[in-house]
Design a protein around this ligand. Structure first.
Ligand code: HEC
Ligand code: HEC
Length: 356
């Protein structure tokens, strides 16, 4: 089922943006988009990756942000922001459709794959799946999207400013492409780089003894041993961009099949993309099916709840003992460290909020 839900197909993205020479529209003036001023003070982040054919511009981000918060793309009253809510680091506190956990939108610009099974490979095309007719998230209908753009001159102007196109004259394929490009541009600006741990790395603050001890447990191969998959100070995305079976189940069916539901390769059973731990305090419930609601439950799972199966990741080294066997103090310290990855300025950033 998952693979049908998430046909994150890389539809041919079409290549050319109408960049130059400068074009002018009688009504809306010159098409002259300005490069988006990404923040400079990242904690040792690599530069923001983007494709030449969809460079992030102020005008593209404005359009994408409006679309993200508007139910104009759906026939069920929902918008992207119904499920990707800023206060929860762009997920929601309920399980999503079919009991699926909803991945948070945090630093997606640096992801090399998307969705729980990693089946989409360019942020610029992720929203195309949402725009499929009758998609379960938005129940999209492309005639109705067109009709609503026709009635809405603000959107027509925003598409012109962002891409130099008259959106209501474009084909369905092109229209979906530009919507998807704009949403990707906005999602590239959902950047979190001001957690307590970032500030510690920049030398601006100190961590408490418990937080430091928790980080040691996270990094220590004979303690928590979390860093292989979940990053470290040298991988401040706090995820590895890979898929693993982290030992949640011994038998896998339905939504638990993971990558297998896409590849039908038995070696892929139960493999899911590692979620970022950034803002993890805010993104409950946890795991692809939202089975845990607290970080304490997650730490208990890694400590004593691991389930063995043929595809369990070799990095779950203590699976035969049921887990990494942390004592109550160590568990408390690990959770204290995880909470240093929370970035209050991200969830309060007015530029990422509803533009209305
Ligand atoms: C009804 C809830 C819902 C709505 C509405 C929704 N999404 Fe999602 N979104 C999800 C779920 C669930 C997933 C995980 C899907 C999976 O992996 O199978 C997801 C995954 C994603 C991902 C991948 C994130 C990652 O870390 O891999 C992106 C990007 C995304 N959505 C963008 C959007 C955009 C843009 C919109 C609006 C056009 C939108 N979503 C509307 C529920 C929703
Ligand atoms: C072998 C790689 C691997 C190791 C080691 C690992 N994890 Fe995970 N972690 C994952 C994967 C994969 C998921 C998502 C699994 C799923 O949803 O099916 C996950 C999920 C999580 C989540 C929930 C994230 C969310 O947004 O739902 C937390 C929290 C977490 N891990 C913390 C830890 C901690 C703490 C440790 C060390 C004790 C650890 N992990 C060790 C791979 C790993």
């Amino acid at each position: 089922m998952r693979c049908c839900v998430l046909v994150f197909c890389l539809i041919l993205l079409g290549s050319c943006r109408k960049d130059s020479p400068l074009q002018t529209d009688e009504l809306w003036g010159a098409y002259n988009p300005q490069p988006y001023p990404f923040p400079e003070a990242f904690s040792n982040f690599p530069p923001v990756p983007e494709f030449d054919w969809n460079k992030t511009t102020i005008e593209g981000v404005t359009l994408g942000r409006n679309l993200y918060y508007d139910n104009i793309l759906s026939t069920n009253g929902k918008s992207c922001s119904s499920c990707h809510v800023q206060q929860s680091a762009f997920t929601i506190s309920d399980a999503g459709p079919n009991g699926m956990g909803i991945p948070a939108h945090i630093n997606l610009a640096w992801n090399s794959s998307f969705g729980w099974t990693g089946s989409a490979h360019a942020l610029d095309s992720v929203a195309l799946a949402d725009l499929e007719e009758g998609n379960i998230f938005l129940n999209a209908n492309n005639d109705s999207i067109l009709a609503r753009f026709k009635r809405n001159e603000d959107y027509q102007r925003m598409f012109w400013n962002a891409f130099g196109v008259k959106i209501i004259e474009e084909s369905v394929h092109e229209r979906k492409k530009y919507i998807s490009y704009a949403l990707a541009q906005f999602m590239r600006t959902q950047i979190s780089y001001n957690s307590k741990f970032d500030k510690y790395l920049r030398g601006e603050i100190n961590l408490t003894d418990d937080e430091m001890a928790g980080y040691d447990i996270f990094m220590n191969e004979s303690k928590g041993d979390c860093f292989h998959c979940h990053g470290s100070e040298s991988n401040p995305m706090w995820r590895d961009n890979l898929l693993h079976n982290n030992g949640l189940n011994s038998v896998f069916t339905g939504n638990d099949l993971g990558l297998y539901s896409v590849t039908e390769n038995i070696n892929d059973i139960g493999k899911f993309r590692t979620p970022t731990l950034r803002n993890i305090e805010l993104t409950s419930p946890y795991m692809h099916d939202g089975r845990y609601t607290t970080l304490e439950e997650v730490v208990n799972f890694y400590s004593t709840g691991l389930q063995n199966s043929p595809t369990v990741d070799p990095l779950m080294k203590k699976v035969n003992e049921g887990g990494v066997q942390l004592n109550p103090t160590e568990k408390m310290q690990l959770v204290a460290f995880l909470k240093t990855l929370t970035d209050p300025s991200f969830v309060a950033n007015p530029y990422l909020g509803n533009p209305d």
